[in-house]
Design a protein around this ligand. Structure first.
Ligand SMILES: Cc1cc2nc3c(=O)[nH]c(=O)nc-3n(C[C@H](O)[C@H](O)[C@H](O)COP(=O)(O)O)c2cc1C
Length: 338
């Protein structure tokens, strides 16, 4: 049935179609009978995974960027995700980049976005996640800095967000890899990352003591790092005792695309990213001797993509663009095939 719905959605401007799907999931997720129906429809077998002190009902998660403001996660939970990462959330609300800023590349099974962290800000999102959590869902929040925050104050933004969200969710992700906030990705360089992570590690340790539980802190990486840059980042990440990495965010690379909008500026996701991100997961796994937990993301469109990510060394896998092209039954289909 989804191909017919997708045809209708794809006639709408990409961001409008996205907003419509978020709204449907928000409304559906707020109604107990609809949640029950969705769960029955998208019946997903359990295949538990344990990582950083948490138990996931299955390895498939929803990547950041779909539910930026934490509006729809209760509905999305009914599609069978083992975990959902909401955000990116910034401390203060902001508009993001001018529209259009999201483009479909159907011929390439891809998207390009230059959203620039539009969102309602931390206070709003904290109210949205401070609701009873379905008992099996693991919820994470992806944290970013406001556009007008100078890079040398980035740590202050991340720390204020950690304080807001650590008591409310299961894990936190530091986003230093979005290509759509000027300069953000330079925080992955050794010296800047070292300064940043020292502060964040101390804050995480304090929060763990206060909350008397583990507060997993993960770093989301860009697929565009060179081998040397990746080595530097991994040294710093393991040296500061981070709980894991998410590999990868979108790429600014444009190889072998055929869609007419391939020249649009922004981050590319979907099928053309698959090889790059899977290779990156392989490298991270090899260079950290399998000791760093990796969430693999980028171009996962089906069960085969999940298998490849897991074989490359990922413990958990996320997807976003696959959901746009394959529809809400994707997690159920994958888990039945795995
Ligand atoms: C429209 C859109 C918005 C995104 N927004 C965010 C974001 O706010 N924060 C983030 O860390 N990643 C964001 N991403 C990146 C995804 O989380 C993911 O890393 C990337 O799309 C690769 O996975 P995919 O090929 O399965 O989509 C976004 C991706 C898309 C397509």
């Amino acid at each position: 049935m989804y191909p017919a719905i997708r045809d209708i959605l794809f006639r709408l401007e990409a961001e409008k179609a996205h907003a419509l799907s978020v709204n449907l999931m928000r409304i559906g997720g707020s109604l107990a009978p609809v949640r029950l129906l969705l769960r029955k429809w998208f019946d997903v077998p359990d295949k538990q995974v344990k990582a950083f002190g948490l138990t996931f009902r299955n390895p498939i998660g929803l990547a950041a960027g779909y539910d930026k403001d934490g509006l729809a996660w209760r509905g999305l939970d009914c599609l069978g995700f083992g975990h959902i990462e909401i955000g990116t959330v910034t401390p203060r609300p902001q508009e993001g980049n001018p529209r259009p800023r999201l483009f479909r590349l159907p011929e390439d099974r891809a998207l390009i976005n230059r959203m620039g962290f539009p969102g309602k800000g931390a206070e709003f999102v904290a109210r949205r996640v401070n609701k009873p959590q379905p008992s099996k869902l693991v919820l994470g929040v992806n944290l970013g800095i406001n556009r007008d925050t100078p890079l040398d104050s980035a740590g202050d933004d991340y720390i204020s967000l950690m304080r807001t969200f650590a008591p409310l969710v299961d894990f936190l992700v530091i986003n230093v890899s979005s290509p759509n906030t000027l300069g953000l990705r330079s925080l992955q360089a050794r010296d800047l990352l070292e300064d940043l992570l020292q502060g964040l590690r101390d804050e995480r340790d304090t929060l763990q003591e206060q909350l008397k539980r583990q507060v997993p802190l993960l770093i989301k990486l860009s697929p565009d790092l060179s081998d040397d840059e990746l080595d530097d980042a991994l040294d710093t990440i393991t040296g500061n005792n981070m709980d894991g990495v998410i590999a990868t965010n979108t790429t600014i690379g444009r190889r072998d695309l055929v869609s007419p909008v391939a020249h649009e500026i922004g981050g590319l996701s979907g099928m053309p990213l698959s090889k790059l991100s899977t290779e990156m997961v392989k490298k991270i796994h090899a260079r950290t001797a399998g000791k760093l937990i990796i969430i693999g993301v980028g171009g996962v469109m089906d069960a085969q993509g999940v298998r490849e990510m897991l074989a490359a060394g990922a413990t958990l896998v996320q997807l976003y663009t696959g959901l746009v092209y394959q529809g809400p039954g994707l997690v159920a289909r994958i888990m039945k095939e795995l």
